[in-house]
Design a protein around this ligand. Structure first.
Ligand SMILES: Cc1cc2nc3c(=O)[nH]c(=O)nc-3n(C[C@H](O)[C@H](O)[C@H](O)COP(=O)(O)O)c2cc1C
Length: 232
């Protein structure tokens, strides 16, 4: 299997230890590509809309975003690993995902996304992880991923891995290994009912807008090329 892991921090701390525990279970026989943020995508989306109107390859940050997007497309499993920052996902994670808005179901979705599994690994000192995980889950879902699972921890004792008690580190590692073991084999993932419905609604919208367009938009050109909509 191909696994892509997006690290939401360059710090070799708690997130790093947890995601390595996860990956160690899957290293044998699988190809793993990792990216570290913000280093591997250091720019915010500047709002130029070139991706929406013309082509995502012409994005001013394409040299950073395209390699990550290609690795995501090639992956069977997509993993996001990050710490909770002020109750949400770190800005660098959101910033990367902003660049991929062009591939949301409402724009130019990639059908490959329907058969992928995604994992969100997070930890915080004590705050609930859910809202920070939702930030990524929302994007992944709109990118077409049906199978999204989450694992989150409250460190409770400290924010420095080495300062956590052996008991807590052991508990975190055991839970992470148990979780990772579910991903040992390739699975046939099917599009969920929710995604069938969302795709059908988007198809209807694109077919409708096509009728009223003088200059066919980049999105509709894509839907036409895919033969998901037809010229009347
Ligand atoms: C800027 C920043 C904001 C944080 N905000 C929260 C927070 O709102 N709630 C919380 O429980 N932990 C918070 N933390 C702690 C992190 O979630 C995490 O536990 C800590 O950074 C250790 O992980 P790391 O070694 O991977 O960086 C924050 C940390 C940083 C650096």
């Amino acid at each position: 299997m191909n696994i892509v892991l997006i690290n939401g921090t360059e710090v070799k701390g708690c997130t790093y230890h947890i995601k390595n525990t996860f990956l160690d279970e899957l290293r044998e026989g699988n190809k793993i590509i990792e990216f570290y943020l913000p280093k591997d995508c250091p720019h915010f989306c500047c709002g130029c809309k070139t991706c929406f109107f013309i082509d995502e390859n012409k994005c001013p940050h394409a040299e950073f975003t395209i390699p990550i997007w290609k690795a995501i497309i090639d992956a069977d499993i997509i993993v996001f690993a990050y710490p909770v920052y002020v109750l949400r996902a770190p800005g660098q994670i959101k910033s990367l995902l902003d660049h991929f808005g062009v591939h949301w179901l409402v724009h130019r979705p990639k059908e490959e996304m329907f058969s992928k599994r995604a994992i969100i690994l997070t930890q915080s000192i004590g705050a609930p992880n859910g809202p920070a995980q939702n930030d990524v889950a929302t994007s992944l879902s709109w990118l077409g991923v049906s199978d999204i699972k989450r694992l989150g921890f409250g460190l409770m004792e400290d924010v420095i891995w080495e300062k956590l008690s052996e008991k807590r580190k052991k508990m975190i590692k055991m839970k992470t290994i148990k979780f990772a073991k579910k991903y040992g084999n390739k699975l046939n993932v099917h599009k969920s009912i929710k995604h069938y419905i969302l795709f059908a609604i988007c198809k209807m919208l694109h077919q409708k807008t096509l009728k009223n367009e003088n200059n066919v938009s980049a999105d509709n050109k894509y839907w036409l090329k895919k033969q998901w909509i037809k010229k009347n």
